[in-house]
Design a binder for this molecule. Structure first.
Ligand SMILES: [Mn+2]
Length: 190
């Protein structure tokens, strides 16, 4: 496990992560819907995650969601770079009933997010616009190239959950060990 703590006036976050884990998690983000998404992310990426966030959710969930993305992304970067003996690329199309979301991902060490997901309003108390805030913070700090594209879907809960699962499975495939690939770049450095 590697651990990072980040404390500001808005949030106090500690995350521990084991990249090549079993999908076990203990998540107390302070945001119920995000707990559900991050448990699913851990389960399907096989990345073990312990997350505690004490944030200013009396204002709204924005700071907690974004800052968890920052710390989780930074830990992922610490765990994967320099990339060696890993597949590097991963893709997944994940369906959840009527919803289908695609994720294509590269352990590029260059952050880039394409986010084409059409969400409006809330799921329970959760502002669906925070999904993009989470993924942007995560991708910029993890230094991944990630495309998340909604192919189908109506139900906001299904679309968001399919997006988290798609990113999780794409990461699982990208970090899968493969000794034959060595350093998977013609630059000899990632
Ligand atoms: Mn669900």
């Amino acid at each position: 496990m590697i651990t990072k703590t980040r404390k500001t006036k808005e949030t106090d976050i500690t995350i521990s992560l084991n990249l090549q884990g079993e999908g076990k998690s203990n998540i107390k983000s302070g945001v119920g819907f995000l707990d559900h998404m991050l448990e699913s992310f851990s389960k399907h990426s096989l990345i073990d995650l312990d997350i505690v966030c004490n944030g200013d959710t009396h204002i709204d969930d924005h700071h907690s969601v974004e800052d968890i993305g920052i710390v989780l992304g930074a830990l992922i970067a610490e765990a994967i770079y320099p990339v060696k003996n890993m597949e590097r690329f991963g893709s997944a199309n994940i369906v959840m009933d009527e919803a289908c979301v695609n994720c294509d991902l590269d352990l590029s060490n260059r952050p880039f997010l394409v986010y084409e997901v059409d969400l409006q309003g809330k799921v329970g108390n959760f502002d669906t616009e925070l999904v993009e805030e989470f993924f942007r913070a995560f991708v910029l700090n993890a230094k991944l190239t990630v495309h998340i594209v909604q192919l189908r879907g109506k139900n906001q809960h299904h679309i968001i959950e399919a997006a988290f699962k798609a990113v999780a499975v794409a990461i699982r495939r990208a970090i899968a060990k493969n000794e034959r690939v060595g350093i998977p770049s013609t630059k000899d450095m990632l």
